[in-house]
Design a protein around this ligand. Sequence first.
Ligand code: 9UX
Length: 72
Amino acid sequence: SILTCRLHIKGMTCTSCSTTVESALQSVLGVQKAVVALATEEAEIHYDPKLVSTEQLIKEVNDTGFEAILIS
Ligand code: 9UX
C-alpha cells in the first residue's frame, strides 16, 4: 500500500531548485509520485514503505543540497 508524506524543504529560491529536488525524489526506487511546491517550500511524496523510508527520502533531498524536515 502506498503512503504519503510531506517534507518541509529549506533553501529553495527558484524553480530550478524545486525541479532539482522533485527530480531527485522521482528517481528514488519506491517513489510513485513526488511534487515539490516552491511557494510553500513543501514536498508531497507518495511512496511504497516496503521499498523506501521517510529517512531515505530526507537523505535524498539533503544530498541535493537542501535541508528537509519531516512534516507528516
Ligand atoms: Mo536557482 Mo537554486 O538559480 O540553488 S537553482 S537558486
